[in-house]
Design a protein. Structure first.
Length: 354
C-alpha cells in the first residue's frame, strides 16, 4: 500500500509522512512539557521554607517577578536573578507553537490530499496547443527560486530546532544530532539574508500585478474554478488566489525577517523579555507560512498542469494561458501585435499603386 502511494503520489506521500512525523514529535514535546513540574510561587516564604520578615518576603517577591538588583560587574543583566517570563516562553514554544503547528500542517495536508483525490489535478481543458507564450522573465524566476529555495532551507533547519530532539536524536544519537543542529543553526542564520533579499525582489517585481482589480470578485464568487473543471474565471497575470498567497508571503516573511534580525543580534534592539516575544512570534509566523506552502507546492507541482514549467522555463502553453489568465493573455497578444506593427517598414501597410 505504501509503495503504491509512493509511486503514484510521490510528493503527497512525502508530505504525508512528514505530517505524521511532525504530529508524533509535537505529541512528544507536549507530553514532556505537561509532565514537567511547575515552579512554586510563594509570597511569604524564604528559600528553603524559612519564613522571613515582611521586607524579606517583599525582596523575594521582587526577585521572583524579575526586578533587577544592583551588581558590581559591567553586565547589568546579571542583576536579574530569576527571569520568570522564560517559563512562559518555554511553555508557549513547546506547547501551542509545536503542537498547533504540527496539527495545522496535518490538516492542510489532509485538505490537499482530499482535494486531489476528489477533484484530481487541474489539466489544460482543451489540451496543448503546441504554441508557447512567455509568462515569467529570468529575473522573476530568479527572485522566485531565491525566495523559495532559501525558505525551504530555513524551514528544514527551523523544524529541526523544534522537533529534532524528539524525531532525529533518538535515531542518530546525541553527538551527531548536536553537530547537525549546530551547523543547521549557522546555515539558518546566514541563509536568512538570502530569503530577505528574495522577499524584496518579488515585492518590487510583482506588487503592481498583485493589487486588487475588477476581476478578483468574480474569481472569488466562482471559487477560482477549482471545483468546476469547465469554468475558469478570467484573470490578469495573477488571480485572487495567487494574490492572497503573495501577500501572505510578504506579510509573514516580513514578520519573520524583523523578528529574525532581533534574534540574530541579541539585545541590540530589544531586551530579554522582548526577545522572548520575538522568538514566539517568529515560531508562530513560520508555522503559518509552512502550512500555506503545502498548498502552494501542491498547486505548483502535481496540482496544476504547466504550473511548474511556467517557473522553470518561463513559458506556458497558450491554451493554459487562455484558460487561467485570459485577460493577461489577451493583453500580451495585443502588445505583440502592436510591436509587430511598429517593426514593419514605412509604407508597408499602404495598398500598392495601380
Amino acid at each position: 500500500m505504501i509503495k503504491m502511494l509512493l509511486r503514484r503520489y510521490p510528493v503527497l506521500s512525502l508530505l504525508f509522512l512528514a505530517a505524521i512525523g511532525f504530529s508524533l514529535a509535537a505529541v512528544a514535546v507536549y507530553a514532556v512539557e505537561t509532565t514537567r513540574p511547575a515552579l512554586a510561587s510563594t509570597e511569604t516564604e524564604m528559600p528553603g521554607g524559612v519564613h522571613g520578615t515582611v521586607s524579606g518576603a517583599d525582596m523575594w517577591r521582587a526577585i521572583r517577578q524579575g526586578d533587577p538588583g544592583g551588581v558590581a560587574i559591567p553586565n547589568p543583566k546579571a542583576g536579574v536573578l530569576i527571569q520568570s517570563e522564560g517559563d512562559n516562553w518555554r511553555a508557549w514554544r513547546n506547547g501551542p507553537i509545536a503542537v498547533v503547528g504540527a496539527v495545522a500542517f496535518w490538516v492542510m495536508f489532509l485538505v490537499v490530499f482530499g482535494f486531489h483525490n476528489i477533484r484530481g489535478g487541474i489539466r489544460i481543458q482543451h489540451g496543448r496547443s503546441g504554441r508557447d507564450i512567455k509568462r515569467f522573465s529570468f529575473i522573476e524566476r530568479f527572485a522566485h527560486w531565491l525566495t523559495a529555495g532559501s525558505f525551504l532551507i530555513l524551514a528544514v533547519t527551523g523544524v529541526n530546532m523544534i522537533y529534532g530532539k524528539h524525531m532525529l536524536m533518538p535515531i542518530i544519537g546525541h553527538e551527531t544530532f548536536a553537530t547537525l543542529t549546530l551547523w543547521g543553526k549557522y546555515v539558518h542564520n546566514y541563509v536568512a539574508f538570502a530569503f530577505m533579499a528574495g522577499l524584496v525582489l518579488i515585492f518590487v517585481l510583482w506588487v503592481r500585478d498583485n493589487l486588487w482589480d475588477r476581476y478578483d470578485w468574480n474569481w472569488i464568487r466562482k471559487g477560482g474554478g477549482l471545483l468546476i473543471p469547465t469554468e475558469h474565471p478570467p484573470a490578469r497575470k495573477f488571480n485572487f488566489g495567487q494574490k492572497t498567497m503573495f501577500w501572505a508571503v510578504i506579510v509573514f516573511g516580513l514578520t519573520l525577517s524583523v523578528t529574525g534580525i532581533n534574534l540574530l543580534f541579541p539585545f541590540q534592539f530589544a531586551d530579554l523579555h522582548q526577545m522572548q516575544w520575538m522568538q514566539a512570534i517568529h515560531g508562530t509566523a513560520s508555522q503559518i507560512i509552512c502550512m500555506l506552502m503545502v498548498a502552494h507546492i501542491y498547486v505548483g507541482t502535481v496540482g496544476m498542469e504547466d504550473a511548474f514549467r511556467s517557473m522553470s522555463t518561463g513559458y506556458v502553453d497558450e491554451n493554459w494561458a487562455k484558460e487561467h489568465h485570459r485577460i493577461w493573455f489577451e493583453e500580451e497578444k495585443a502588445k505583440e501585435a502592436a510591436g509587430a506593427q511598429e517593426d514593419l517598414p514605412a509604407g508597408a501597410l499602404q495598398a500598392p499603386a495601380e
